[in-house]
Design a protein around this ligand. Structure first.
Ligand SMILES: C[S@@+](CC[C@H](N)C(=O)[O-])C[C@H]1O[C@@H](n2cnc3c(N)ncnc32)[C@H](O)[C@@H]1O
Length: 187
């Protein structure tokens, strides 16, 4: 989280439109809301999750942390991220699309993100991302299906054309079983 937020802060500015593709307990949604809502400019955050309980947790966290003015700039959707294009405002490019894959901390370990829909969602994210934007993926390999999903994300990243994308991967060497971070920067 520490590293990922530092990278996001280099990309995201007040007034930007950003997407949290996996809201979970809302920590990433909150961090993004703080980045796009500044004194002078208020951006827009779209968050989504397939679990109603995750959206409730996110909503509670936002309600108790953000000002009412900031809170109205966050919209939450009970939706699979592979369908993000269905709800996005027409003509608005995203500055950042964040994926934090795996299962809801504190929830069922059976309800996890899956390679097939993650791949469709990455395709959709690449379409809605504006120039200078970032797709950020935190991928866990410790749970069942996690390594296969990581390989899927990695394969997607390696196939992006170098004329328009810079794909990179960060592994935390002093935390060997920790998540792998994949950053896809759009030129
Ligand atoms: C690791 S958690 C996200 C953590 C979250 N970003 C946070 O800050 O607390 C992964 C979340 O992805 C959600 N998820 C699983 N499949 C999904 C899908 N197809 N579309 C959107 N969200 C999905 C899960 O319900 C879970 O809440």
């Amino acid at each position: 989280m520490w590293l990922i937020c530092r990278v996001w802060r280099h990309v995201v500015r007040g007034g930007d439109f950003v997407i949290d593709a996996t809201c979970g307990n809302g920590h990433d949604t909150l961090a993004l809301a703080k980045m796009v809502c500044t004194e002078s400019r208020k951006g827009l955050i779209y968050g989504m999750d397939v679990q109603q309980s995750a959206l409730q947790n996110t909503s509670c966290l936002l309600d108790s942390t953000l000002s009412p003015n900031e809170r109205q700039h966050v919209r939450l959707f009970p939706l699979c991220h592979s369908r993000m294009e269905d709800i996005l405002p027409k003509g608005l490019s995203a500055r950042l699309v964040a994926f934090n894959l795996g299962y809801l901390p504190g929830g069922s370990k059976e309800l996890i993100t899956r390679s097939e829909t993650t791949l469709l969602a990455l395709d959709a994210a690449a379409k809605v991302l504006g120039s200078g934007g970032l797709i950020s993926v935190m991928s866990y390999i410790g749970h069942r299906g996690g390594r296969e999903e990581y390989e899927t994300v990695r394969s997607f990243a390696t196939k992006l054309p170098t004329t328009t994308w810079v794909s990179s991967e960060y592994e935390i060497l002093n935390r060997p079983s920790g998540p792998v971070l994949i950053f896809l920067f759009r030129r």
